[in-house]
Design a protein around this ligand. Structure first.
Ligand code: C2E
Ligand code: CA
Ligand code: CA
Length: 448
């Protein structure tokens, strides 16, 4: 080892220089991005050519500028799009970061005169040199993505996060197609537990993709691609069929378990859905009461009349509906009464803070009380600790779901869980007698 201080200094100088060289090498990768923003321009009281419309766009442009570097450009383009040119992008992750930052900035409503508008931005993105080497091809690429985002009613659709970085939507699509036909998709199950009786009442099906190169990919990373490309329809039918077959297997060994499957807006807009569900129930022999479908408020809002008609048809088969992620969307109880739903699942963001944040616990308690008054069953998602489970019991929440009880696990592990319920399900007094720190942390919950 060399203890010479001069040599140590030059070592650290060398390291500093190397870091700078790496940084500037990264900077020298000539990547730039074109972002096209589209908005539903306000229709009420504002017309093309109107000074208020200019004010509307100016207000949005100002907000975007506030989140960008001085070297970036924001312009109002023809067709009512706002174009943003990012001069230097350090790769796709950087682009995703900037895009999310800009979307956050647009969450606040815009006030023009005495009117307030909630923005629903959609973004088309293209990256130089990946998506084109001329201004025209970059803009065309971004326009295509914007069109896709518009039909998908998604804010930002061109890239999906990926363990190996970001890959293009087209590549995702062909990989996902391949995944469906080559058995790379599999179901995991997470129990819903009755909080008063401490027993499993049903399981939610959560899809996973075992990717040959990237390992297990979670649905948030591929469901949006499936939605955009239309693959969501065959994908959901596959999930439904596999889930019902699994439900039948459990019934055959005496496990009377309900099964819940997630649906997207695209599924609800497909007119064939009721017929397809009826056929699947008939083919698998599972009683319709054993199937629950989880939908979000947002998925109904796209075309409420049509969707409610589809929901009604499915409900007449005997299948039940739950509203998923309740509290994050419109969360209108008045609206809920118009829907054929029998259950509300309170979003996990409230449950995770229930012990520490008074607002969250007040919201949870109010949702439970109001829901019960409407005759709905209430399920709390994201139950991670025994303390939150206890609070939910005191609030008289019907069921809980979360890592405290069990993480989502494949079918075999779930069968084992159902046959020999772990300690987390063994009964305890409604209100804990002792206040000592609970000895049953997450580690006691079941994992394969
Ligand atoms: P979701 O329907 O809200 O499902 C609950 C998500 O919360 C799941 O994430 C689950 O793994 C996670 N989770 C469960 N307990 C806890 C907990 O205690 N703490 C925390 N932090 N998280 C918990 P997952 O499996 O990654 O699924 C994400 C979303 O993907 C689901 O959200 C659902 O919207 C969608 N999804 C999953 N499977 C399907 C499917 O087959 N079809 C469709 N259309 N969407 C699906
Ligand atoms: Ca769900
Ligand atoms: Ca949820």
């Amino acid at each position: 080892m060399d203890n010479n201080p001069a040599s140590a200094a030059s070592n650290s100088e060398f390291e500093l220089r190397a870091r700078q060289a790496i940084l500037s090498a990264k900077h020298s990768i000539p990547q730039m991005a074109v972002l096209l923003f589209a908005f539903d321009t306000p229709k009420n009281g504002i017309h093309a050519g109107d000074a208020n419309l200019t004010a509307f766009f100016n207000s949005i442009s100002m907000r975007l500028r506030g989140r960008l570097r001085a070297s970036d450009t924001v312009s109002l383009l023809s067709g009512g799009h706002i174009g943003v040119l990012l001069q230097s992008v350090q790769g796709p992750q950087d682009l995703e970061l900037v895009t999310n930052r800009l979307l956050n900035r647009l969450e606040e409503p815009v006030k023009i005169g005495n009117q307030t508008f909630v923005l629903k931005p959609r973004i088309g993105v293209s990256l130089f040199p990946e998506h084109g080497d001329s201004v025209r091809s970059l803009i065309e690429h971004a326009e295509n993505d914007l069109a896709l985002a518009t039909t998908a009613r998604k804010p930002f659709t061109i890239y999906a996060s990926h363990p190996g970085g970001l890959i293009s939507a087209r590549q995702w699509m062909s990989e996902l197609r391949q995944a469906i036909v080559s058995d790379q998709l599999f179901l995991t199950f997470q129990p819903k537990v009755s909080l008063l009786q401490e027993r499993v009442t049903g399981v939610e099906v959560l899809l996973r993709w075992q990717h040959p190169q990237h390992g297990i990919i979670v649905p948030d990373q591929f469901i949006p691609v499936a939605e955009r490309t239309g693959l969501i329809i065959p994908l959901t039918l596959w999930v439904l069929q596999q889930s019902l077959l699994q439900c039948r297997q459990w019934k055959e060994i005496g496990l009377d378990i309900n099964i819940a499957v997630n649906l997207t807006m695209w599924n609800l807009e497909a007119q064939e859905l009721p017929e397809q569900i009826e056929a699947l129930l008939r083919d698998t022999g599972v009683p319709p009461e054993s199937l629950e479908l989880e939908i979000t408020e947002t998925s109904i809002m796209s075309d409420p009349q049509r969707v409610i008609h589809t929901l009604d048809q499915i409900r007449h088969l005997g299948v039940r509906f739950a509203i998923d992620d309740f509290g994050t969307g419109y969360s209108s109880f008045a609206y809920l009464t118009k829907l054929p739903v029998s259950c509300i699942k309170i979003d996990k963001s409230f449950i995770q803070n229930i012990e520490t944040d008074r607002d969250s616990s007040v919201i949870v308690k109010s949702i439970i009380d109001l829901g019960h008054n409407l005759g709905l069953k209430i399920v709390a998602e994201g139950v991670e600790t025994i303390q939150s489970k206890r609070m939910l019991r005191v609030f008289q929440c019907d069921e809980g779901q979360g890592y405290y009880f069990c993480r989502p696990v494949p079918a075999d592990a779930m069968t084992q869980f159902l046959l020999s319920p772990p300690t987390t399900l063994i009964g305890e007094p409604l209100i804990a007698k002792t206040r000592e720190k609970d000895p049953v942390p997450l580690a006691h919950s079941y994992e394969p």
